[in-house]
Design a protein around this ligand. Structure first.
Ligand code: URP
Ligand code: ZN
Ligand code: ZN
Length: 482
C-alpha cells in the first residue's frame, strides 16, 4: 500500500513500549506500523522519538475566570502555542455563567473555538449554577460528546457538598468524570482576612493566604463525596504532598479517584512570589506555589503513579491592566488575576527534567502527556496512542535539541519558566496526519482543528467503593442510585 505520509525510522514510544518502526498514514489515520513503508510524502525520523501528540487536558482558553477576567489566549493563539509545545489536541473549559443553560454555554464556546483552533479540541464544562434545571439538562452535554465537568470548592462560583454529590451522581450515570478544584473556601477567606487586616497585602501573601491544609481538607472531603456517590472524581492541580497521599490511599482502596499536578508545583516555589515591584503577581496561581520539599514529594507521586496526568493549568493573564492588574495596581493579593501560562512549556519541561534526568521513563512521559488523558476523558484509542486505526496525532521529538526557554507562541508577555535550559523539543506535530508544526513553522490555518466528540471515562482497574449505607443488600433495600 502507498501511504499519504510515512514517518521513517523513528524510535516509536507509547505508554507501554519503545520500538523502531515506520508509521504509514492514510486518510488521517495510522494505517501501518512496519518496515520499509512506501509513501507519497516522507518525514525522516532517524534519531528522533515518535510519540502520540500531547493532549493538554487542563487549560483556560477564551474563557472568563471566576473573577471575570478574559484570558489573553483565544483558540487561535492558545492552540498554536499548544502545538509548538508538542500537543496535537487540547481540552480547555467551557464555563457556564450563572443562570445560563448548558446548551447556551456549549453554543457560545463552539463560536469561540470552531473557526480558530489549529488543533483538535473539546471542552470540560465548568458548572457554576447546578440547579435542578441544569442537572436535568446535563445529559444533553453527553449527547454533544462533552463528558467531563469541573466544579470549584472555592471562589464565588463554588458549589456546596450537596451540589457536588448531585453532579457526581449524574456524571456517573452517564459515564462522565467530575473534576474538582479542591480548596476549603472558608479557610482561605479567614486567612486572607487575617493577613490583609494586619497589613500583609503584597503578592507574596497569596501563598500563606491559601495554606496547604485548606487543599488537604477539601481533597479529603471531595474523595469522601466521590466514595459516597461511588462516582469518578478527578482532583485537578494537586499542590501538596498530603493531598497526593490522600489520592494514593483512595486509589489503593479501589475508589474511582484520579488526580493531576502541574509543572508550576514542581519547578517553582513560593519564593517566586516574593519578587520585587509586583513581579510576584506573575506567580499568583491557585492553589499557590509551595516549596522544594513539596516539589520532591510531587515528583515521587508522579513517578509512583498517583497522578494520571501532568497538565499545564495554562491560565494566561498578561502582566498589564488586561490581565493581572484588571483591578489596578493598588490592590491587595486578592485583587490580582489568578493563573499563569505554561501550555507550550509543559511537555518540554517534563521531558527535559523528568525523562532526561531519570525521574520518569519515556513511557511514563507518554502516559502522563497523552494516553492517560485520552483514557480518562473518553478519547482512547482514537487519540493518545500509536495504534492502527488511531488518528495520526503524532509528535516527533529531537531529544538532543537544547534551548533556553524564552518567549512562547501564546499571547502572553511573560513566561514563568523563562531562562530554564531545556533539552528535548518537539520538531514536528501532526494532527490527523496533517503537519501542524514542522521546521519551526505553522502549517495549518485557524479552524483546521476539529471538535472531538468524546465518550465514557475508562474506569478499568478500579473497583469503586460501595458503602453499606448505599448498597440495597445492607441498607434495607433502599435503591439510591437508580
Ligand atoms: O490560578 C489558577 N489556576 N487559575 C485558573 C483557574 C483554576 O482554578 O484552575
Ligand atoms: Zn482550578
Ligand atoms: Zn485551571
Amino acid at each position: 500500500m502507498k501511504h499519504d505520509l510515512v514517518l521513517k525510522g523513528g524510535k516509536l514510544v507509547t505508554a507501554n513500549e519503545t520500538f523502531i518502526a515506520d508509521i504509514g498514514i492514510k486518510g488521517g489515520k495510522i494505517a501501518t506500523l512496519g518496515e520499509s513503508l512506501d509513501g507519497y510524502d516522507v518525514i525522516n525520523a532517524d534519531e528522533k522519538l515518535v510519540m502520540p501528540g500531547g493532549i493538554e487536558p487542563h487549560c483556560h482558553i477564551a474563557q472568563e475566570s471566576g473573577m471575570g477576567v478574559m484570558t489573553s489566549d483565544d483558540y487561535e493563539t492558545g492552540s498554536i502555542s499548544a502545538a509548538f509545545g508538542g500537543n496535537s489536541s487540547f481540552v480547555p473549559f467551557a464555563a457556564q455563567k450563572k443562570g445560563e443553560s448548558i446548551s447556551d454555554t456549549i453554543d457560545e464556546y463552539d463560536r469561540r473555538a470552531e473557526t480558530k483552533s489549529v488543533i483538535d479540541y473539546s471542552y470540560h464544562l465548568i458548572l457554576t449554577d447546578p440547579n435542578q434545571d441544569v442537572l436535568n439538562e446535563l445529559p444533553y452535554a453527553f449527547e454533544r460528546g462533552i463528558t467531563s465537568f469541573k466544579v470549584f470548592m472555592t471562589y464565588a462560583t463554588r458549589v456546596t457538598d450537596a451540589q457536588l454529590l448531585d453532579i457526581l451522581t449524574v456524571a456517573r450515570r452517564h459515564g462522565g468524570l467530575t473534576m474538582v478544584h479542591a480548596e476549603n473556601h472558608d479557610m482561605l477567606s479567614w486567612m486572607s482576612n487575617s493577613l490583609t487586616q494586619a497589613g500583609y497585602t503584597e503578592p507574596r501573601y497569596h501563598a500563606p493566604a491559601r495554606p496547604g491544609i485548606a487543599e488537604e481538607e477539601a481533597i479529603n472531603r471531595a474523595i469522601s463525596l466521590s466514595k459516597l456517590a461511588n462516582a469518578p472524581l478527578m482532583i485537578v492541580h494537586v499542590s501538596t504532598p498530603t493531598g497526593a497521599e490522600l489520592v494514593a490511599k483512595a486509589r489503593m482502596d479501589g475508589a474511582y479517584v484520579f488526580s493531576e499536578t502541574c509543572p508550576q508545583y514542581i519547578f517553582l516555589t513560593r519564593e517566586d512570589l516574593n519578587k520585587p515591584k509586583l513581579e510576584g503577581a506573575k506567580y499568583i496561581c491557585s492553589p499557590p506555589l509551595r516549596d522544594v520539599a513539596t516539589q520532591e514529594a510531587l515528583w515521587r507521586h508522579i513517578a509512583g503513579g498517583t497522578f494520571s496526568v501532568v497538565s499545564s493549568d495554562h491560565a494566561p493573564y498578561r502582566f498589564d491592566e488586561s490581565g493581572k492588574f484588571f483591578n489596578g495596581h493598588n490592590v491587595d493579593f486578592r485583587g490580582f488575576a489568578n493563573g499563569m501560562p505554561g501550555i507550550e512549556m509543559r511537555l518540554p519541561l517534563m521531558f527535559s527534567e523528568g525523562v532526561l534526568k531519570g525521574r520518569i521513563s519515556i513511557n511514563q512521559f507518554v502516559a502522563l502527556s497523552s494516553t492517560n488523558a485520552a483514557r480518562l476523558y473518553g478519547m482512547l484509542p482514537r487519540k493518545g496512542t500509536l495504534a492502527i486505526g488511531a488518528d495520526a496525532d503524532i509528535a516527533i521529538w529531537d531529544p538532543s535539541e537544547t534551548r533556553i526557554a524564552g518567549e512562547m507562541h501564546d499571547a502572553m508577555d511573560y513566561n514563568p519558566f523563562e531562562g530554564m535550559k531545556i533539552k528535548g523539543w518537539p520538531t514536528t506535530v501532526l494532527n490527523r496526519g496533517q503537519r501542524v508544526i514542522d521546521d519551526g513553522k505553522l502549517h495549518v490555518k485557524p479552524g483546521d482543528g476539529n471538535f472531538i466528540y468524546r465518550g465514557r471515562t475508562d474506569l478499568s482497574g478500579l473497583t469503586g467503593s460501595s458503602l453499606p449505607e448505599t448498597e440495597p443488600k445492607t441498607n434495607f433495600g433502599a435503591e439510591i442510585f437508580k
